[in-house]
Design a protein around this ligand. Sequence first.
Ligand code: ATP
Length: 269
Amino acid sequence: MTGLQAARLLDVRSLGVAAADGTPLVHEVSLTVEPGERVGLIGESGSGKSLTSFAVTGLLPSGLTASGSAILDGVEVVGARERDLVPLRGRTASVVFQEPLTALDPLMRLGKQVAAPLKRHLGLRGAALRSAVIDALAEVSLPDPERIAKAYPHEISGGQRQRVAIAAALACRPRLLIADEPTTALDVTVQDEILTLLDSLVAERGMALLFVSHDLAVVARMTDRALVLRHGRVVEAGPVETLLSAPTDPYTVELVRSARALDAALEVS
Ligand SMILES: Nc1ncnc2c1ncn2[C@@H]1O[C@H](COP(=O)(O)OP(=O)(O)OP(=O)(O)O)[C@@H](O)[C@H]1O
């Protein structure tokens, strides 16, 4: 392995994902994320964004198979045994999903859910665990963390639930955050607050970010470099500024055109 590869937090080469019947869903995706770097994955619904982000953390739904290579902090994820991936999740890389209820157990108090990774990875117990949970909830700017810790998911708002899911994902200070459409299920004002929160947490902690979204404006706000996926393939990649100012692939051209049209419509209204 060269020095450059060793320094990479995530190094994905020719990643493929196939359905149970062999139908290819993701083809030949290659991407890298360096420590502290922010990379976007953009594409329309069904383009393979989620499957790519699941495959690089070994979280593909059962029945789907990955091929190629995805090296996360030096560990080959494709073909890895589950027990070799458990220590990486939450510590090296954490995922925040579109719908916080996917990540949260509806029947468990929120404090317990934030506590789980702190117990598992950092071995915290008792008073140290309780104060780490409250700190984790306070860091995502939740009002009254003591109350939230005792509440169940249905007792707080959707935006607050996403903050708790972010708190749980970041509790063990992972080096890479994978955010898969983290604000798509939220209304626009809450969406903006969550993006601001993610932006500042990523900056403060010097975390790397792989940000997955169908929304070009959001990807442009959150990342410096992006890959455009279509039908499971990368059709274009580069600095976000270049994608916006001089897109070359017809699909990217269309994405930029519709994002600008929306912008213009908003300015008029
Ligand atoms: N478990 C599965 N079995 C078979 N096909 C699947 C499975 N999960 C996803 N797919 C298919 O794989 C393709 C890529 O799906 P993926 O969820 O990665 O898209 P996406 O870009 O994340 O879309 P969205 O933004 O709607 O989540 C789609 O055509 C989808 O129908």
